[in-house]
Design a protein around this ligand. Structure first.
Ligand code: 13P
Ligand code: SF4
Length: 302
């Protein structure tokens, strides 16, 4: 059954001249069949640069939306329409407009984990990989509004020494990891280095040896001379890191570190998506044009 599915996906992908993109949190079988697996920034760059006619995005809705914003002439498919990001839904365009009115002249930085409408209301986007550099690119005398992740926002504040107006959103998956849980892992694995995602709470990012995006964590483990690591991010990512670094010993910081939305995409749904050209992501043109500028400004920054 699985072999047939894989064969179908490969055949149909060729017919459609499709590119399959997958985020690191996807199921192993999805990561294995994808043309490219990466973090949000790498996936956005792939979506912007591809020559394919169809982009199948194995991830969550804001990622597919970003692909459509960057490549409006391409068909962008999200195999599971219910795959969303609860953090992205914690700020609406209307609420952001209200906040902007209270701070005229402020620069709005939005985390890529946001809706197209929120991106359209923002000045520049960022991902966890480039957030510090994006904020550093903004003139010192400007007030900055940062939406929606309060934890990433707090991490950027620590790294840049700049105070920002932070929205009170958070990732329900990363926000759960506590200092006590990390301490317990440290007790069990005293030689391990701790590397966590910046969506974790400040209590956790402050005690880590490194704070990185998913691609950054992979790079850190790959290039470190150390052998053992406590990883503070979604469990699907352990698969990728272990595959790339078979000689390293990895411990997940908490056992149920799982993003349910990222796990909704299965091989069956990917095959159905390619067969029936579903679910096509559309962004209203007025919103798309504004959101494009927000994303484009980000992509110019390293
Ligand atoms: P990355 O950009 O680090 O891949 O993170 C995306 C995400 O949704 C983390 O929860
Ligand atoms: Fe959203 Fe968190 Fe899932 Fe990432 S891990 S997609 S931020 S809910």
């Amino acid at each position: 059954m699985t072999v047939e599915l894989r064969d179908f996906i490969a055949r149909r992908k060729k017919e459609l001249n499709a590119l399959i993109l997958a985020h690191f949190y996807q199921l192993p079988e999805i990561q294995d069949i994808a043309d490219f697996v990466g973090d949000s920034l790498q996936l956005a760059r792939q979506a912007a640069e591809t020559e394919a006619d169809v982009i199948v995005f194995c991830g969550v809705s804001f990622m597919a939306e970003s692909a459509k914003i960057l490549s409006p002439d391409k068909t962008v498919l999200l195999p599971e329409i219910k795959a969303g990001c609860p953090m992205a839904d914690m700020v609406s365009a209307e609420a952001l407009r209200n906040l902007k009115e209270k701070h005229p002249g402020a620069v709005v930085v939005c985390y890529v984990n946001s809706t197209a409408a929120v991106k359209a209301e923002s000045d520049i986007c960022c991902t966890s990989a480039n957030a510090v550099n994006v904020v550093k690119s903004i003139p010192e005398d400007k007030t900055i509004i940062f939406v929606p992740d309060r934890n990433l926002g707090a991490y950027i504040e620590r790294q840049t020494g700049r105070k920002m107006i932070l929205w009170d959103g958070y990732c329900p998956v990363h926000d759960e990891l506590s200092r006590e849980e990390v301490r317990e892992q440290m007790r069990l694995h005293p030689d391990a280095k701790i590397v966590v995602h910046p969506e974790c709470v400040p209590d956790v990012t402050e005690m880590a040896d490194a704070v990185r995006s998913t691609a950054g964590i992979l790079d850190y483990v790959k290039t470190s001379p150390e052998k053992e690591f406590i990883i503070g991010t979604e469990k699907g990512f352990i698969y990728t890191v272990q595959k790339n670094c078979p000689d390293k010993v990895l411990h997940l910081a908490r056992q149920d570190f799982r993003c349910e939305d990222m796990k909704l995409t299965t091989l069956e749904k990917l095959a159905a998506s390619l067969e029936q050209m579903q679910y096509q992501i559309e962004v209203p043109e007025d919103i798309r044009q504004k959101a494009y500028l927000t994303l484009e400004r980000m992509l110019k920054i390293n």
